[in-house]
Design a protein around this ligand. Structure first.
Ligand code: BTN
Length: 259
């Protein structure tokens, strides 16, 4: 199977069932590295991986679960957050072009939200070589036709919930690859300013005062942006050990909870 893109999805391996598309792609790389742009798409994952060691659960044949092989050799290791931004923008672009009027946001660093609910997650696993990224496995879980979620996931949504319609998964895969390729090519063409502006425009809760738990302590503050190396910047309004207008830089999402 091949898609109408330049290289992302020029070949697609479609599996009925696999443990995790990220793990499957990783084993392919270990055997004989495939060409950049290969997509591994599974109708069902029985051990789907989420960020920070969590699992990604998706009923069979209902949503998209896929991994894309990228080789961003043009990107020094210290610049790898640009890849996170380009991938998040690609997924966000697919959703906003598929559901008219959806207000799509990127919750730092790369969760995709619509109406305060998560619609997609991205798990990037990089293989490094000296000071560059040799292989990047970009795993994407995108809720498409799921119309209800387990009560343990009260914060989830899908294209179906947003639009009331069912979607063809292969058409969605093709359009998603087109959107991701667009932003990946912009990154390859060093369109840093544009990518940064778009990422900041979509940044969830940017400029909106809110409450957060930072390292277990509640603070009131406002997200103002993200540094070039991917740290979230917040300005405090109030909170233990913080004075008004103190700037806080959060390195890892594990330190922060949006309350
Ligand atoms: C997250 O926790 O938000 C990231 C979820 C990433 C899930 C996708 S589904 C396809 C790919 N294979 C995996 O095992 N995980 C990613």
């Amino acid at each position: 199977m091949g898609l109408k893109t330049l290289f992302i999805g020029h070949s697609v391996i479609c599996l009925n069932t696999v443990d995790s598309t990220n793990s499957y792609l990783n084993s392919l790389i270990a055997e004989k590295p495939p060409a950049e742009g290969l997509v591994v798409w599974a109708l069902e994952q029985y051990a789907g991986k989420g960020q920070r060691g969590s699992s990604w659960i998706s009923p069979p044949g209902v949503n998209l679960t896929l991994s894309i092989l990228l080789q961003p050799r043009f990107l020094p290791l210290s610049e790898q957050f640009w890849l996170t931004k380009a991938l998040a923008l690609g997924v966000a672009d697919f959703i906003s072009t598929t559901v008219t009027g959806a207000s799509v946001k990127i919750k730092w660093p790369n969760d995709i939200y619509v109406n305060d609910r998560k619609i997609a997650g991205i798990l990037v696993e990089n293989t490094l070589e000296s000071s560059s990224i040799k292989y990047c496995i970009a795993g994407i879980g995108l809720n498409i036709n799921q119309d209800s979620f387990d009560p343990s996931l009260p914060n989830a949504t899908s294209l179906k919930i947003l639009s009331g319609k069912n979607f063809d998964l292969s058409v969605c895969l093709e359009n998603l690859c087109i959107s991701i390729e667009r932003f990946y090519l912009e990154l390859r063409n060093s369109e840093y300013k544009r990518i940064d502006e778009l990422y900041h425009n979509l940044l969830y809760k940017r400029g909106i005062p809110g409450k957060f738990a930072l390292n277990g302590k509640t603070i009131e503050g406002t997200i103002t942006g993200v540094t070039s190396n991917g740290h979230l910047i917040m300005t405090a309004r109030n909170g233990s050990e913080l004075s008004v207008n103190d700037t806080v830089e959060v390195r890892d999402i594990k330190h922060l909870v949006f309350l």
